[in-house]
Design a protein around this ligand. Sequence first.
Ligand code: 7UC
Ligand code: FE
Length: 301
Amino acid sequence: MTTAPQTDTALGVDVEIDVLNAPDEDIAELKKKVYEHKIVVLKGQHLSAAEFVSFGHRMGEVETYYQPMYHHPEHKEIFVSSNVKEAGQQVGVPQTGKFWHHDYSFMARPFGLTLIYPQVVPKENRGTYFIDMGKAYRKLPQAMKDALAGSSSRNSVRRYFKIRPDDVYRPITDVLAEIEDHTPAVTHPTVFPHPVTGEPLLYISEAFTYELQAADGSPLPDSLLRDVLAAVGQADPTFQHENIHLQTFDKGDLLVWDNRSLVHCARHTVKPEPTVSHRITVHDDHEFYAGIGARQSAEGR
Ligand code: 7UC
Ligand code: FE
C-alpha cells in the first residue's frame, strides 16, 4: 500500500491498494488513513459490482439503503445514482444528494464510512463538494460555540425525500404521513467527538437538520441554526466559501470518506451530463458517537 497526499488540496490522500487481496492489516491501515485525512482516493480500481460489494464487506457492516428504488438490480447493497437509462429503464435514482448533508443523518444509527465508485464520469461537472465539519467547528466564533454547547439537533429526510414513480396521483398528505411513519425525525448531539481521533465534530446539515434544541429539549432560535450553517459554508450558493473543497475524480477512482466529519453536496449542473455512480456505506468498528451502536456482529443482527 502506498500513499501520496493530494498536492492541490487540503483534504484527502491518494492510496494505492489491491482492495480485494490486501491483507486485513492493510484494510485497517486504510481506515486509519480515512479518519486522518477524511477522504481517501483509491486510484486505478477495476472492480465488478460484485467485487465492490466484497470490498464493502471488508470495510465494515454494510448498510443497505432503506428504499429499494435506489438499489442496484443485482446487488441491493449498492446504491445507484444515475441519469443514464439502461435498455430504456431507469436504474437507481437520478440527481441524488444535491444538497449539503451527511449520509443517513436522518436515521437513528448513521454509518461511519461512505464508499463511492463512479462508473460514468461527466466531462465537465465532475466532482463532489465537501466541508470538513471538524475544521469548520474550530473556526466558529466562540459565541456560536457557546450557544451550541450541550445542544442537540433534530433531523429528518422530509425536505429531500424523492417522490417515487408509484406516488403519482397520491395525495401529498399521504406521502408526508408515510415519511413521518417510516423515518420519524431523530435527535443527535450537535457536536460530538470523533470516536477515533477525538476531534469535536459539528454534526448538522442544511438538508436534514431542521431544529436545534437546548439541553432541556426546548427549541433554540431558528436564526442560530441558519447563522451556524452560513458560517460553516453550507448556505453559499456559489460554493466559493473558504471551507468548501471540490473533490474531483477520474474513472477508476474509488472514494472512501469519513461520514462523521464531512458534509458533502453533489455538484450542481444546469444541464446534467451522463453520470452514474455506485455507493456502498458501512458501519465501522466504532460507535457512531457515544451510545450509538458500532458494527454489529452477524449473530447480533
Ligand atoms: O436521493 C437522495 O438524494 C438520497 C438522500 C435523501 N439520502 C442519501 C443518504 O444516504 O442520506
Ligand atoms: Fe450523500
